[in-house]
Ligand binder design. Structure first.
Ligand SMILES: NC(=O)C1=CN([C@@H]2O[C@H](COP(=O)(O)OP(=O)(O)OC[C@H]3O[C@@H](n4cnc5c(N)ncnc54)[C@H](O)[C@@H]3O)[C@@H](O)[C@H]2O)C=CC1
Ligand SMILES: N/C(=C\C=C\C(=O)O)C(=O)O
Length: 487
């Protein structure tokens, strides 16, 4: 929809209707730094309206059979798939990611999220046990929880939002979703498909705006018993505090400081391109991205030389360039934050081998004010450095040597996070041993980001609380009850 100055103007989606808001936020095109869209700056009033709509829709939607709900999800997946190109263009413009990634990863995965939960919802069974000596039979039943608050970040906008909406509505809940205020466009586009897919009014409501205003109104609303959040650890802390008085169900999927552990018997021909991708895909803005690379000393020099060569080949370009490997970072503030880590590393005596401050970006004149940065490799950095401890969430990775298996496990675990790790070795025994000892919710060995959506996804320590996946999401989005029958 065109709004002020011909810019795109989004509206909230509440009770099956697009509704304007009394105030709006500017949203920037990361590749130019120009405002191109206005996003509703919603607050308490919009949350109240959404809660009312979600409450009214709940009895009807929750009493439909899983098969009926599954069909609606399937139709929505088909409609999203028919709009794949349009959605990919929009996601790439809004987020700064390359059109190739949006086309091949973000939007296909959003489609798949609906297909996957449309199928998995049909296959859950409940438990039953017997106590014959007491003449008792026990069984469990599950029911949807109610109104779910779904809060998602800006790095994988539609991908992560649908990863929450699909299991929540498949299980019979109604939802109020709040996408990141920095990347709201594809969520708004999806709303245009809901009615056609057969999603009844009020089942999916989307309120746009900032965390402190609309996010807090949502998570502290007494009639919203469940919150699924993906984002930063400080925000998760705030959500936990606000929801504590109501003992809400929480699923928190947070950041990482993910290690790659590369042993001397690794297949470097596979390891190097995959580790470049795991470090720099989506501008390094994926919670699963590698940011500490531990390399066994005997292959350290060779690895470093080849890795830096490969990082230099990782092409930064405008998001619409199909040959670009990396686009623009999400915002000016985020670019400055990421750059500040390079400055700190330099001050600590680390070496920057390529990228920021070393190589030159080559961009068209129109994109000079965009939020671009080159893939950057840091070395000679201590484990205690902030670059080795804190989540940078940008195209920056540190490479350090190690000597023994025991040592590297200890060093890899020596951060507050525990989300994802990669282990590279040709020794199958070592791969299992190391994977088992890593404090990490996910370990990929000799690969990265191969997702099996059936299995638990989530982090340990400060990387989060709870898991998502077929069974885990079903359990989270339902309440279980144990019933005992004496016969
Ligand atoms: N999955 C992950 O691991 C992600 C991690 N991050 C990390 O977080 C850093 C900051 O990024 P942000 O966008 O500021 O993340 P954030 O955690 O502030 O934002 C994530 C979502 O939470 C909402 N939100 C923010 N404050 C809230 C509040 N008080 N109550 C309810 N909702 C709230 C935001 O509007 C957004 O929808 C990044 O630099 C990165 O390090 C960011 C995005 C995803
Ligand atoms: N949660 C994030 C990524 C998830 C990926 C997946 O489920 O495949 C993130 O980057 O925040």
């Amino acid at each position: 929809m065109a709004g002020r100055g011909g810019l795109l103007m989004l509206e909230n989606f509440i009770g099956g209707k697009f509704l304007p808001c009394s105030s709006y936020l500017d949203s920037y095109d990361p590749s130019t730094g120009e405002v191109y869209c206005h996003v509703p700056n919603s607050g308490k009033e919009e949350v109240e309206a959404a809660v009312e709509a979600a409450r009214a829709a709940f009895p009807g939607w929750s009493s439909r059979s899983p098969q009926e709900r599954s069909q609606v999800l399937q139709r929505l997946a088909d409609l999203l798939e028919q709009s794949l190109e349009e959605l990919a263009q929009a996601e790439s413009k809004d987020q700064g990611k390359t059109i190739t990634l949006a086309r091949t990863m973000d939007i296909p995965r959003a489609v798949h999220n609906f297909r996957f939960f449309a199928s998995s919802i049909l296959h859950h069974t409940s438990e039953c046990t017997q106590m014959d000596h007491l003449g008792c039979l026990h069984y469990t039943v599950r029911a949807p929880v109610g109104i779910a608050a779904l809060i998602s970040p800006w790095n994988l906008p539609l991908y992560l939002l649908t990863w929450k909406i699909a299991p929540a509505i498949a299980a019979g809940n109604t939802v109020i979703a709040k996408p990141s205020e920095l990347t709201s466009v594809t969520a708004w586009m999806m709303c245009r498909l809901l009615e056609k897919a057969g999603v009844p009014p009020g089942v999916v409501n989307i309120v746009f705006g900032t965390g402190p205003r609309v996010g807090e109104a949502l998570v502290s609303h007494p009639e919203v018993p469940l919150i699924s959040f993906t984002g930063s650890q400080p925000t998760a802390e705030r959500i936990t505090q606000l929801s504590a008085p109501y003992c809400k169900k929480l699923s928190l999927e947070l950041g990482g400081k993910n290690p790659a552990i590369i042993f001397e018997d690794a297949n470097l021909a596979e390891c190097i391109p995959t580790t470049v991708r795991s470090s720099f895909a989506n501008q390094g803005e994926i919670c699963l991205c590698t940011s500490r690379i531990f390399v066994q000393r005997s292959i350290y020099s060779e690895f470093l030389k080849r890795f830096v060569e490969a990082a230099r080949m990782w092409k930064v370009g405008i998001p619409s360039d199909p040959s670009a490997d990396m686009g623009a970072l999400i915002s000016k503030a985020h670019l400055e934050k990421v750059r500040s880590y390079i400055k700190k590393a330099r001050m600590e005596g680390a070496q920057i081998l390529c990228g920021e401050g070393v190589d030159k970006l080559n961009l068209p004149p129109r994109n000079q004010a965009g939020y671009f940065m080159l893939p950057t490799v840091i070395t000679d950095v201590k484990d205690e450095s902030c670059c080795m401890k804190e989540e940078i969430f940008g195209p920056v990775t540190c490479v350090v040597p190690f000597d023994s298996e025991e040592e590297v496990i200890q060093r890899a675990n020596n951060v507050k996070y525990g989300l994802a790790a990669t282990v590279w070795s040709g020794n199958v025994g070592r791969v299992h041993r190391v994977a088992k000892k890593l404090q990490s919710g996910l370990v990929w060995t000799n690969c990265w980001l191969i997702r099996e959506l059936n299995l638990p996804f989530g982090g340990m320590k400060s990387s989060g609380v709870g898991r998502e996946g077929a069974k885990d999401s079903y359990e989270f989005f339902t309440e279980v009850k144990t019933i005992t029958v004496k016969h």
